[in-house]
Design a protein around this ligand. Structure first.
Ligand code: PEP
Length: 249
């Protein structure tokens, strides 16, 4: 039985005043029926972790460097994330792949480092619109999964997020059948590579324009174990609606 996970990605949004949203979320779900994670910008991780101490809401980072430490100005290490109170880290988000030229090999190296520091890696994959229109979604996602996941992945240290790039922040989502097709494909790839026990234990999140209004139907799709949520995770009320839908799925 895979634990369901609602993960919020605040991206480059949020300052001190936004911490009240995290506190409101924690107050609304004192003992939730699913895991809840917020990934604020790096500047807020430590303060958010302090505010959420003792609550059911976990805190994560949005990236980490592949090196443990060293001369990498502006970067953040996996150890710094854990030291600041993070338990998870998002890796290989399409915005980082695009803005920072992150390759599958880099994501894989980052995931290895994250695992070595005890972080759960949420490894993202997903196709651009041209790729979907060319009928190459599964081949593309298959390559990303093969290249971005290190051999040491387990159900405890890894979560995979399927996020079609054209659905992120656009209000468009794939059909439920399309989501189901990709999730079933990823599941089969994981089982083929890691074996049935581990392949079936790694959780698969859907991401891309998830909102309180569409969450329940997405969560009813087989092999959708939760969501990675951008815009709708910024306000406790919106994210709470998605968490409630996941609790009831
Ligand atoms: C994301 O960027 O991870 C995401 C899913 O964004 P949104 O929910 O805003 O589409």
């Amino acid at each position: 039985m895979r634990r369901k996970l609602a993960a919020g990605n605040w991206k480059m949004n949020g300052t001190s005043t936004s911490l009240k949203e995290a506190e409101a979320l924690a107050a609304a779900f004192p003992s939730p029926g699913c895991e809840i994670l917020l990934c604020p910008p790096a500047t807020l991780i430590h303060r958010m972790s302090g505010k959420l101490e003792g609550s059911a809401v976990m805190v994560g980072g949005q990236d980490c460097h592949m090196a443990l430490s060293g001369a990498h100005t502006g970067d953040i290490s996996a150890e710094m994330l854990t030291d600041a109170g993070a338990s998870h880290v998002i890796l290989g988000h399409s915005e980082r792949r695009a803005d920072h030229c992150e390759t599958d090999e880099m994501v894989r190296a980052k995931a290895e480092t994250a695992h070595s520091q005890g972080l759960v890696a949420i490894i993202c994959c997903g196709e651009a619109l041209e790729t979907r229109e060319a009928g190459e979604t599964l081949a593309h996602v298959g390559r990303q999964i093969a290249g971005s996941l290190p051999d040491g992945c387990t159900g405890e240290n890894t979560v995979v997020a399927y996020e079609p790039i054209w659905a992120i922040g656009t209000g468009k989502i794939p059909t439920l059948a399309e989501i189901g097709e990709v999730h079933a494909f990823i599941r089969a790839e994981l089982v083929a590579r890691f074996g049935a026990e581990t392949g079936n234990a790694i959780r698969l999140l859907y991401g891309g324009s998830v909102k309180p209004s569409n969450a329940a139907e997405i969560f009813a799709v087989a092999d959708v174990d939760g969501a990675l949520v951008g815009g709708a995770s910024l306000r406790a009320e919106d994210f709470g609606g998605i968490v409630s839908a996941l609790e009831n799925a």
